[in-house]
Design a binder for this molecule. Structure first.
Ligand SMILES: Cc1cc2nc3c(=O)[nH]c(=O)nc-3n(C[C@H](O)[C@H](O)[C@H](O)COP(=O)(O)OP(=O)(O)OC[C@H]3O[C@@H](n4cnc5c(N)ncnc54)[C@H](O)[C@@H]3O)c2cc1C
Length: 540
């Protein structure tokens, strides 16, 4: 038995931001002139989905485009479940968000017009009726993240804590304090120093999505739904988790763990082909390759299952090599490393879990149900995406709601509340695990049955099977958690299984097929469900 931990290190800030992607860092930069901010990241600061985004950010910047068209396209993609207020709010703040990034120095791709003037190059993606996607070649996320990190490192009021994993939120209620409940900080595992206390009157979840709950995912390893699970444990509502988006085209190669082939490849003329070279998308949707992602992913899933094929192919080799290399330099180079030259041959691709449309319920100020707790970016459910996210609306949502959260936080009382006495993390009854295999086994098991039973095509029976397994895993992991010292893998597994449970429960409640949720038992859309998100409230 280890001796009781005498004391945890305690950090005090005005705002604690958990997550250093586009959402977390944008918020930190808005706050920095006025507040002392801590930003946590699980691993290296750049490691999150933001860094890997390729396609771009949507915003109305062309004279021939309109805010109304962007709103309409988003509502159409969202299949009757978007919150129109949130859609309008996001779209209206789009152009200013792009200008803000330009002012920070993000090197977006430009083009020279016939009259010699220079403007941002706009590309087009699935679901968009106009060219409205701003990009930095095919590595937009990297350009955005590098710029934000550079600025954050220079800002005197921002302290960055890499390799710090938030374990759980601290609330007045959990501390047994009287008065209205509110969030007052978080317990955080410093990988080199054990569990510490971060105290702050405002805490922001910017922890990204939960796509790692599936066996195949385009996301980096840290997308384990930590923010969603922490908010749920703290009593917040979570919505629309049945709407997990599968990206239709990830490179199919044993060594390319999660390399995504941007939708922009289809936007610029890339064609999907069966193994015998036949195109097939026209059989599923008149928009062909430009149909929304869910339709494309389901079509590929259908054809792979019908033919027993391991993959299908994406072909852009009919375009001039210079065009392909100019538009997709990263994809071209990366594929060459795996032995494929996209200027000359079709590329093997499969669908993979890509984006979490649901999340922690927030309002237009990014506030959650718990006073003092905000959620922004992929972790949040703002109502923007409805039953299906339109491509390139997600980075926009990160930027717009980071600004909204900043405005709300800055409008609050500036007086620092008195510091609370928060008990140190109690490790008196735990030991180091001598059975790490339990964690790795349960990770694999969870992700496989989520893929098989709660994937692109669902049935009630499959969902029930998955629910049964999740119940068993939850009990086992809870027991493990109460006996052994916390590690990153254990924390992530605990969060993933909780998110899996929420996804299954949301999916069971939705007795229709709509947007990204497709079940063979209810293959039609039920008009009575229009405008009704699935909202779950924690009990107990
Ligand atoms: C391959 C790929 C391509 C994409 N392409 C596009 C695109 O072209 N356009 C678009 O709009 N969207 C795209 N997306 C989606 C978009 O990138 C994400 O939705 C967006 O970047 C999410 O940003 P975020 O700030 O919410 O989270 P992330 O960028 O995922 O950052 C999450 C942060 O939270 C931290 N974190 C998580 N848990 C904890 C914890 N417990 N403790 C401490 N820190 C924690 C992580 O370390 C990380 O810093 C793409 C996604 C992927 C994976």
């Amino acid at each position: 038995m280890t001796p009781p931990q005498a004391k945890s290190a305690v950090h005090h800030h005005d705002v604690l931001i958990i997550g250093s992607g586009a959402a977390g860092l944008s918020l930190a930069l808005h706050l920095a002139p006025h507040r002392r901010v801590a930003v946590l990241s699980k691993g290296p600061i750049t490691e999150g989905s933001t860094f890997y985004a390729q396609g771009g950010i949507s915003a109305v910047l062309d004279d021939k485009d309109s805010l109304e068209a962007h709103v309409r396209d988003t509502l159409t993609a969202g299949a009757g479940l978007c919150d129109e207020r949130s859609v309008r709010y996001t779209v209206e703040h789009g152009p200013a968000s792009i200008r803000w990034l330009q002012d920070l120095g993000v090197p977006f791709t430009e083009e020279t017009l016939a009259d010699g003037s220079i403007q941002l190059h706009l590309t087009r993606e699935g679901g968009h009726s106009h060219r409205r996607v701003v990009h930095a070649a095919d590595a937009t996320g990297r350009a955005v993240e590098d710029t934000l990190v550079g600025q954050a490192r220079r800002a005197p009021n921002i302290e960055l804590f890499e390799q710090h994993i938030a374990v759980d939120l601290i609330t007045r209620e959990k501390l047994g304090l009287d008065g209205p409940n509110r969030c007052v900080g978080a317990y955080v595992l410093d990988r080199s120093n054990g569990v510490e206390i971060f105290q702050a009157p405002c805490v922001v979840l910017a922890t990204g999505g939960a796509s790692k709950v599936y066996l195949y995912s385009s996301n980096p390893d840290g997308s384990t739904g930590d923010g969603i699970a922490m908010a749920w444990r703290a009593g917040c509502r979570v919505a629309n988790m049945e709407f997990m988006q599968f990206h239709p085209t990830c490179l199919y190669h044993p060594r390319a763990k999660s390399f995504l082939i941007s939708e922009a490849v289809r936007g610029e003329g890339g064609r999907l082909l069966l193994p015998d070279g036949q195109p097939f998308m026209h059989r599923f949707d008149p928009r062909g390759e430009l149909a929304p992602r869910d339709i494309v992913a389901r079509a590929i899933d259908h054809e792979m299952k019908r033919l027993g094929a391991d993959c299908v192919y994406l072909d852009i080799s009919h375009k001039p090599a210079e065009f392909v290399k100019g538009h997709f330099p990263t994809i071209h180079e990366r594929c060459l490393e795996f032995g494929f030259d996209i200027t000359r041959e079709p590329l093997p691709v499969v669908p993979a879990a890509h984006y979490t449309c649901g999340g922690v319920v927030t309002d237009l100020d990014a506030r959650t149900d718990l006073e003092g707790l905000y959620a922004i970016g992929e972790t949040a459910y703002t109502g923007l995406h409805g039953a299906n996210r339109m491509a390139s609306n997600s980075l926009l949502e990160c930027l717009v709601f980071a600004r909204a959260a900043a405005e709300h936080i800055l409008s609050r009382d500036t007086a620092t509340p008195p510091a609370l006495t928060i008990p140190a993390w109690d490790e008196s009854r735990v030991t180091d695990s001598d059975e790490e295999v339990v964690v790795s086994h349960n990770w694999d098991e969870l992700r496989r049955f989520m893929w098989d039973y709660v994937g692109i095509v669902r049935t009630t029976k499959r969902l029930e099977r998955a629910q049964h397994r999740v119940d068993l895993l939850m009990a086992e992991i809870d027991e493990y958690y109460s006996h052994f010292r916390v590690t990153n893998d254990l924390l992530e597994l605990r969060n993933l299984v909780m998110v899996a449970d929420i996804i299954i429960r949301c999916a069971m409640q939705r007795r229709e097929s709509r947007g990204l949720h497709y079940t063979l038992d209810y293959p039609e859309r039920d008009p009575a469900q229009d405008g009704r998100p699935t909202v779950l409230k924690p009990t107990g």
